[in-house]
Each structure stands twice: as C-alpha cells, then as structure tokens.
Design a protein around this ligand. Structure first.
Ligand code: A4P
Ligand code: MG
Length: 175
C-alpha cells in the first residue's frame, strides 16, 4: 500500500544514505520522530517517509518499549531528517495530515497509534505555544527518540543523554 499526503508530492525515489549532515541551501534542517505500534507498523513508517517532502536521511528502525501511557504493544520508531522552507505551523499541519493518512484515531493520550509524527528539532527554532513546542518538550527523556536521532545527528545527542533516557530500544534493521 502506498499513499500520498494531499498537497505534497510523494518522495518516490531511493532514500539517501543516513548521516547526511549538510542542509540544502535555502531550507531549515528538521528532525521528525515517527512511531507506530498498531497494524503493519513498518508499512505505516515507510508510507509516511514516502509522503514527506524534502527527506534528507532516514535513521535505522528501532523496536522500542512503550514509554508512558497504558499497557500496549511495542513500537517501531525512526527519526527522519528533512530540509524544508515550511514554517513550524505548516510543518505541524503536515505531521497531522501524514498521521491522518495512516487513519490514526486519537482515543487516549500516549495510547496505541498507527502513526505518531512529532517535530523534535528545527535548526534555530525555539518556540512554545499552546499548539506547538520546539524542540519537542520530552525529546531528551526518551531513548526511542535519542537513539535514532544520534544515528543521524550525533552532535545533538551525547552518550550521557542516551544513557540516562528512559525506555529500552533495540535496532531492527532499516526501512
Ligand atoms: N504538539 C506540541 N508540540 C509538538 C511537537 N513538537 N510535535 C502538540 C508534534 N506535536 C506537538 O499530540 C498532541 C498535541 O501535541 C498535538 O496536537 C500538537 O498540537 P498528539 O500526537 O495528538 O498526541 P500524543 O502523541 O498522544 O501526545 P504527545 O504529548 O505528543 O505524546 P508524545 O510525547 O509524543 O508521546 N513510546 C515509544 N516506545 N514510542 C513512541 O513513539 N510515543 C508516545 C507519544 C508515548 N510513548 C511512546 C511513543
Ligand atoms: Mg504526537
């Protein structure tokens, strides 16, 4: 199954090798965290990455213990690097459209979901509004974010950050 997000072209091509560090001219480097623990988890992640514009790199996949929320199945988590000229608000709208395309139903905070797409980091952006906080308020507490983020941007995550974060994670190949 493949789908696209209305208003955005599918990425389509092969993903570049992980670890690319130089943002393209004219755009801002962004890291998104994607997680799924409902349905065909890998397909949800793959379809989401295919739909995102401006993908620069995709982390390895991690099988992760749920952090917070009710008892629920394990997640697959990745981090995706993009270069974008979107504003933070436009980017949040994109995240919500990508989640909707995976038929995400919001029943419970931190509950099981086909797809969660969070903005973790945007170079040079610090903001806190009712709708949007960047960097993500809980990113430093969570190994399911830090481990894949460190694969792509080791300068943002120290070994100590990774060690003291919560939740076990296990590498599970690539998308
Ligand atoms: N929002 C504010 N800042 C941001 C941001 N930087 N990126 C607002 C995205 N959204 C942001 O999110 C609720 C609202 O947060 C959004 O409408 C947006 O306006 P949501 O996705 O609707 O609900 P949620 O994900 O249940 O809540 P929240 O607070 O985003 O949860 P978290 O902190 O993202 O945690 N364990 C494992 N192993 N793997 C996971 O992926 N995910 C969560 C969700 C918990 N435990 C997990 C995982
Ligand atoms: Mg979320």
């Amino acid at each position: 199954m493949r789908w696209t997000v209305p208003g955005f072209a599918s990425f389509g091509g092969a993903w570049p090798a992980m670890g690319t560090e130089t943002p393209a001219a004219g755009g801002t480097r962004v890291f998104l965290s994607l997680g799924s623990n409902l349905g065909d988890r890998r397909a949800h992640l793959r379809n989401a990455v295919d739909s995102l514009p401006g993908v620069v790199a995709v982390s390895p996949v991690y099988e992760t213990d749920p952090v917070g929320g009710p008892a629920q199945d394990q997640f697959l988590n990745i981090v995706v690097e993009l270069t974008t000229e979107m504003t933070p608000g436009e980017l949040l709208g994109l995240c919500h459209r990508v989640e909707a395309a995976a038929e995400r139903v919001r029943e419970q905070r931190w509950g099981p979901r086909t797809l969660d797409v969070d903005i973790i980091w945007m170079d040079g952006v610090e903001m806190e509004t009712e709708r949007l906080t960047i960097p993500h308020p809980r990113w430093r507490d969570r190994r399911f974010v830090l481990a894949p983020l460190r694969d792509l941007a080791p300068e943002l995550v120290s070994e100590t950050d990774l060690r003291v974060a919560h939740g076990s994670v296990l590498r599970s190949g690539t998308l």
